[in-house]
Design a protein around this ligand. Structure first.
Ligand SMILES: *[C@@H]1O[C@H](CO)[C@@H](O)[C@H](O)[C@H]1NC(C)=O
Ligand SMILES: *[C@@H]1O[C@H](CO)[C@@H](O)[C@H](O)[C@H]1NC(C)=O
Ligand SMILES: *[C@@H]1O[C@H](CO)[C@@H](O)[C@H](O)[C@H]1NC(C)=O
Ligand SMILES: *[C@@H]1O[C@H](CO)[C@@H](O)[C@H](O)[C@H]1NC(C)=O
Ligand SMILES: *[C@@H]1O[C@H](CO)[C@@H](O)[C@H](O)[C@H]1NC(C)=O
Ligand SMILES: *[C@@H]1O[C@H](CO)[C@@H](O)[C@H](O)[C@H]1NC(C)=O
Length: 509
């Protein structure tokens, strides 16, 4: 039964730096013109979507479909409830709001929605034989569990819609609203994961109406989307709802996104609200009385209480919770080999750490406090008994020799970050599950493309290589990349192959 098969796919592409100003030819003639409305009947009710003809593909789009009851008023912080059926036709032709977060303009607490994109709808009964149902890709957007959304401007389906898959983009609650853990039914923690599970149940009930096959569901994401995907393999409640997984640049074992102890965050939250001696119940009553904008302010003040420098701490991360959404520390579950084992693509980008270029001013601080770069999980993994500073010293010597951190040694610092935030734990997961005879195929990759669609340019990162989440530009159509000049002959090829490989996995495993 237990067959281990780890295939190493290394996508190595010529690193071509092409900043020559290209001719802005009219490659993008149309921005998705609406041709016709279309109505689909689901178990929840009827939904009106639209036909989109983009420059690369044609498909039907259904935006902002509600999959759970709005988590507002007395439902704030609670695990989600299924959506109640509606009468009439729901208008899914316009994009919905993002979940509550710091910067988005269009946002709402009422944000448990998903977008569905499909090339074809099932033929009406008694018409020509229906096309076979298509495998489904459910993608979880990134944003550190605290921002971003499913908006098609950031995650355009156009390239996936050249393949026989149905794409579902899910939104889930973020930051404090999605992950506050007060160890009670009223704020159990992992609400954002529970939202995703509710969305996956919605997919089981309804995706056939969109031409999708509920028995072939792949869940995936980049960065925190990958972390959530991996975490849901640990959730007994997600079992049977996911059949394949795509985990890009993040795992549930990531020490920055999993807290074993939830007490400090609750304490910091009370401190910020000026009620240090309050009980968790009193804290919750206070939080229930605040507006979403006030909650965001509290979240960001709590974040400010964590040390800054090397690690960006996420105060409301994944935790163990009393509802058993995540029943145990994921690292223990992987070690005990007791979780959902399904075919998986997992990997990182070649230069994840160049993202730190935007924090150049912190180099001196990190140099003087190098112990900060030691992944806290390194101890758990290797049972190292020596001092953290001694470990830090060894790490520093390994990457820098006798040099200090400076702009000159930034490439080495970027390697430290790649390895300590992403590389070592991903490698640990792959090797450990291999040695424990993980019972499905695992495809392990490094994404090393540096071309026209790397999103690092949005942060003004100039270091060569594939930065964290640069792979998004090779899977999704991104509005802000629409007019990027392409001055090489591999960027389009790389994108086409990347999407084709992902689609082949979603279809064939
Ligand atoms: C398409 O372009 C028109 C005019 O430039 C604009 O009003 C519309 O919002 C765009 N539609 C989309 C879906 O981007
Ligand atoms: C909280 O309790 C401590 C110790 O009992 C006390 O010194 C402090 O004044 C209390 N703070 C507030 C804001 O009530
Ligand atoms: C495996 O995990 C389930 C919950 O996910 C738990 O009920 C069971 O006891 C675990 N089994 C072992 C052997 O740890
Ligand atoms: C490591 O060194 C730093 C600064 O040199 C110091 O602040 C910190 O307390 C030390 N940590 C440990 C665990 O010894
Ligand atoms: C994994 O499978 C191999 C070959 O069947 C076997 O020798 C080994 O004992 C297995 N390891 C575990 C941890 O089950
Ligand atoms: C990148 O640089 C441009 C031009 O200097 C500037 O306008 C923009 O704000 C910068 N973006 C970021 C994210 O720093």
């Amino acid at each position: 039964m237990a067959s281990k098969k780890a295939i190493l796919i290394i996508l190595v592409c010529v690193i071509a730096v092409s900043i020559v100003i290209g001719v802005l030819t009219a490659t993008f003639c149309c921005n998705g013109s609406e041709e016709e409305d279309v109505i689909v009947h689901t178990q929840s009710g009827s939904i009106k979507g639209l036909r989109v003809n983009s420059d690369v593909s044609s498909f039907y789009a259904f935006f902002r479909i509600p999959y759970a009851k709005p988590p507002v008023n007395e439902l704030r912080f609670k695990a989600p409830s299924p959506i109640e059926p509606w009468s009439g036709v729901f208008d899914a032709t316009i994009e919905g709001p993002a979940c509550v977060q710091a910067d988005a303009l269009h946002q709402s607490e009422d944000c448990l929605i998903l977008n569905v994109y499909t090339r074809d709808l099932p033929a009406p009964a008694a018409a020509t034989p229906p096309a076979p149902a298509r495998p489904v890709y459910v993608h979880l957007h990134f944003g550190g569990l605290q921002d971003y959304s499913a908006n098609s401007g950031n995650f355009g389906p156009d390239y996936f819609m050249r393949h026989d898959v149905v794409l579902v983009m899910v939104q889930f609650r973020l930051a404090m609203l999605g992950f506050l853990n007060l160890n009670s039914q009223d704020a159990p923690g992992n609400m954002g994961l529970a939202d995703t599970i509710e969305a996956l149940r919605w997919v089981q009930r309804n995706i056939e109406s969109f031409g999708g096959d509920p028995r072939q569901v792949t869940l995936g994401g980049i960065s925190s989307g990958g972390i959530m995907t991996h975490a849901l393999l640990m959730s007994p409640q997600a079992q049977g709802l996911i059949h394949k997984a795509i985990i890009q640049s993040g795992t549930a074992l990531s020490y920055r996104f999993y807290h074993e102890d939830t007490e400090p965050v609750a304490r910091f939250t009370k401190q910020v609200l000026g009620m240090p001696n309050a009980s968790n119940d009193e804290l919750l009553t206070q939080l229930m009385s605040l507006t979403p904008t006030e909650l965001i302010k509290v979240s960001s003040d709590v974040k400010g209480l964590f040390p800054r420098g090397y690690n960006e701490y996420y105060p409301y991360p994944i935790t163990r919770d009393l509802l058993g959404i995540i029943p145990e520390n994921p690292i223990d579950m992987v070690r005990k080999n007791n979780y959902t084992q399904i075919p998986m693509i997992i990997g990182i980008t070649s230069d994840e750490g160049i993202r730190l270029e935007v924090f150049m001013e912190r180099l001196d601080f990190v140099n003087d406090n190098f112990y900060m770069v030691v992944p806290t999980d390194l101890y758990a993994i290797d049972d190292m008994s020596f001092e953290k500073n001694e470990t830090a010293q060894r790490i520093k010597e390994f990457y820098f020799g006798d040099r200090d951190l400076s702009r000159k040694t930034f490439p080495q610092y970027a390697e430290v970050c790649r390895d300590s935030w992403y590389g070592h734990i991903t490698d640990y997961v792959v090797r450990l599950q291999g040695s424990l005879n993980y019972s499905a195929n695992v495809y392990y990759y490094v994404f090393a493309i540096d071309g026209a669609y790397n999103t690092k340019k949005f942060s003004n990162i100039t270091s060569p290589g594939a930065s964290h989440a640069d792979d998004r530009g090779y899977l999704f159509k991104i509005n802000s990349l629409a007019n990027v000049p392409v001055n090489d002959d591999f960027s389009d090829l790389a994108r086409d192959r990347m999407v084709a490989m992902w689609a082949n996995f979603i279809i064939h495993g």
